[in-house]
Design a protein around this ligand. Structure first.
Ligand SMILES: Cc1cc2nc3c(=O)[nH]c(=O)nc-3n(C[C@H](O)[C@H](O)[C@H](O)COP(=O)(O)O)c2cc1C
Length: 366
């Protein structure tokens, strides 16, 4: 298996399995002289780590990140940054009943068909434990962004759990950090809590839609065709476990708009061009417009549930399987910090690409 790297100039290679001694990543291409310490990275990992509420898996991982290379006297050196997170709460016995079976909704069957070898302990490499490494890399990307695009702010939140969407009229950014769902609508929090409790007790699970926005993104990031900012963002979000759909701006809803409704009109403001709406999600022709970049992704329901599901084992025998162990009843919750991290990595990558090609010089208007 060789495809473990993403990014053009800001390149992240992740490694490790969920039930091995540790996981981690190598971040290559980070410019020198960026202030960075473990204390800068840890708060982002703490947002993703399991066991923070009854609505996430009860696996208890400290998710302490260590910087092994690429930083000297508090600043990056321009050499590869090696990040390591030890696995401290593996319980391989939780997985003994699935060693010979293919869990429905998981990668077990496709892994077996492709590689013929499978680490059944928690899905091995396909386990979403890998996303902790992405969040650590996202912390490095945020340090790059703080230095090269001060004022850029990334915010992730859940806009739908199962059939229950937020009411956009009640959107309050200040509410997001104060509830276990990263939900911006205080009224939806109560509905979601009851709904998820009911599903959990019924040995079931549910999907979600996450939105990640980045404000303060400079105009000019991306390229017209094969390095589109939107295609790189879509690829990054789609690579997160359990993601089944990605939208930029109005996304699929744009198909039911008319041209009059959809194209964002432009006026000249005091500080330059101003758009009167943001259906495009901050990207035109693959290049950022200076408007907030808006990405949404759909996360499927957790496949590991205590309700028996029909499947087969390695001999082809038909069985009913209950997936025990500790699982997220709505994986969308913990996908929020992961989506933010992927946004940070893609934007850091594109800022470096843009500096390489244009040196940050912009066409003038007015
Ligand atoms: C943060 C996060 C946590 C996850 N936790 C679980 C879990 O506890 N149980 C589960 O069945 N799937 C979980 N998943 C989803 C699986 O990893 C994923 O469905 C599986 O690897 C198959 O990949 P696919 O859904 O992308 O096809 C999680 C995903 C994310 C992003």
């Amino acid at each position: 298996m060789s495809l473990n790297t993403f990014g053009h100039l800001f390149r992240v290679t992740t490694w490790g399995e969920s039930h091995g001694p540790a996981i981690g990543c190598t971040v290559d291409g980070c410019p020198p002289g960026i202030k960075l310490s473990e204390a800068d990275l840890q708060p982002w990992l703490d947002r993703r780590k399991p066991g923070t509420s009854k609505f996430t898996t009860q696996r208890q991982e400290a998710d302490q990140v260590r910087i092994l290379s690429g930083v000297f006297e508090g600043v990056t050196t321009g050499t590869p940054i090696q990040l390591m997170i030890e696995n401290t709460d593996q319980r391989s016995k939780d997985y003994s009943n699935i060693a010979q079976a293919f869990r429905p909704g998981h990668a077990d069957i496709t892994y077996h068909q492709k590689y013929g070898v499978r680490d059944y302990r928690g899905g091995g490499r396909s386990s979403a434990r890998e996303t902790a490494s992405r969040v650590a890399a996202g912390g490095v990307a945020r340090a790059v962004l703080a230095s090269l695009a001060p004022g850029l702010k990334i915010t992730g939140y859940m806009v739908q759990m199962g059939v229950h969407a937020i009411d956009r009229a009640r959107f309050e950014a200040a509410v997001i950090e104060g509830n276990p769902f990263w939900c911006p609508d205080a009224a939806a929090v109560t509905v979601w809590a009851d709904y998820l409790d009911g599903l959990r007790l019924a040995h079931n699970s549910v999907g979600a839609v996450i939105e990640v926005t980045a404000s303060g993104v400079p105009a000019g990031l991306g390229a017209p065709l094969y390095g589109k900012l939107d295609s790189d963002l879509a690829s990054a979000m789609m690579s997160i476990n359990a993601v089944k759909g990605v939208e930029i701006g109005d996304g699929f809803a744009a198909a039911s708009l008319t041209g009059v409704e959809n194209a964002d009109e432009i006026r000249m403001g005091a500080a330059g061009p101003e758009f009167l709406s943001n259906h495009a999600g901050g990207i035109l022709g693959g290049i950022s417009s200076g408007q907030p970049v808006v990405v949404r992704f759909a996360v499927k329901p957790t496949s590991s549930i205590l309700t028996p599901r029909a499947t087969i084992d390695g001999t082809g025998a038909e069985i009913d399987l209950v997936t025990k162990g500790r699982h997220d009843p709505c994986v969308g919750i913990r996908a929020v910090p992961v989506g933010e991290a992927m946004m940070a990595c893609v934007l850091a990558d594109h800022i470096l690409l843009d500096r390489g090609q244009t040196g940050g010089v912009r066409g003038q208007i007015g």
